[in-house]
Design a protein around this ligand. Structure first.
Ligand code: SF4
Length: 315
């Protein structure tokens, strides 16, 4: 199991309890906001909570259980872990944790590790076959358990990372959806941590002392592109506080007329209307960088003065 980073030695027990309470409230608020904004959970839902044994999925389960107590709708949660028989996987950790929590759970054991090892030549990346197999198994398990929704533990930083990975390496302006129908059309996939920042999850995992199972047991190489983008975002977060928050807000304020996708906006049929419209092209003026309207409790844009936050009017 992974050990947690040491606590701040300068913190008094009272201050620590206060900070932990604030963090708990923030996590619940952000998960609740995502659930409401995207209508993630409805009356009668049976949600399969996918648990890997990492900090994100432990936190998701924890907060969803709290939400279940407070929600105005009634829904079921079933925690599911897939034991892929990776070498050294501590098979007793999750059953012990989940039993003590008193939550319904199912551990599915399928040796996909051996299959992947047999099929993929040594040194090649195993992730695409591994995740395809895992997806198929988890869909079957969800079907057998009668679940209609699958909850995944991706958080805000995963969503931004995916956006940049798609832009840098995939030529697409595409992030990670907070809610979408699964590729087989059978389930609704939800990401209740969509608004939660990774730093909060790291701290919460430390507070809760979750029995973290390392994600490197398969021996697969780290995805270098993902690492690069992750490092870039962490660096921005340190140097330009508020930038990541603004990027997440930007994902919720898309202006198709100011992008270049001809499928999203009918550029070819544009004609002058003769009617003034503030949303129209400012032509010779610099495009103002204005905060977007505040929608359903979403944070407004955090002002950060940076030279690149303007468009070049003369170019
Ligand atoms: S990192 Fe390992 S367990 Fe995860 S998808 Fe890749 S091969 Fe599978």
């Amino acid at each position: 199991m992974v050990s947690h980073p040491p606590k701040d030695p300068c913190m008094t027990p009272e201050k620590e309890a206060f900070e932990n309470h604030k963090l708990d409230k923030r996590l619940c608020r952000e998960v609740g906001r995502a659930i409401v904004d995207f209508n993630m959970i409805e009356e009668g839902d049976r949600v399969m909570v996918c648990l890997s044994g990492g900090k994100d999925s432990y936190t998701m389960l924890d907060i969803l259980l709290k939400m279940q107590q407070r929600a105005p709708v009634s829904f079921e949660l079933i925690a599911v872990n897939l034991d892929q028989k990776q070498p050294g996987f501590p098979a007793d950790v999750l059953p012990a944790y989940l039993s003590q929590l008193g939550v319904k759970f199912h551990i599915e054991t399928q040796d996909t590790y051996s299959i992947v090892k047999q099929v993929i030549p040594e040194g090649k990346t195993m992730c695409s076959l591994c995740s395809r197999l895992r997806r198929g198994i988890l869909y079957r398990v969800a079907r057998e358990l009668g679940c209609n929704k699958l909850a995944l533990g991706h958080h805000r930083d995963d969503m931004l990372q995916t956006l940049f990975l798609n832009m840098f390496f995939g030529g697409k302006l595409k992030g990670m959806p907070p809610k979408l129908v699964s590729d087989n059309g059978e389930f609704v996939v939800i990401r209740p941590l969509a608004y939660v920042v990774e730093k909060d999850i790291v701290r919460w995992a430390q507070v809760q002392q979750y029995p973290i199972i390392p994600c490197t047991l398969c021996g697969s190489q780290e995805n270098l592109q993902r690492k690069q983008v992750g490092d870039m975002l962490r660096d921005w977060d340190k140097r330009f506080p508020g930038r990541l928050e603004n990027m997440l807000t930007a994902l919720q304020n898309v202006v198709p007329s100011h992008l270049m996708d001809r499928q999203l906006y009918p550029f070819e049929s544009i004609k002058a209307t003769g009617v003034a419209d503030d949303e129209g092209d400012k032509a010779f003026d610099e495009e103002p960088i204005a905060p977007p309207p505040r929608a359903s409790g979403a944070p407004s844009v955090i002002p950060i003065a940076q030279p690149e936050a303007t468009t070049g009017a003369c170019s």
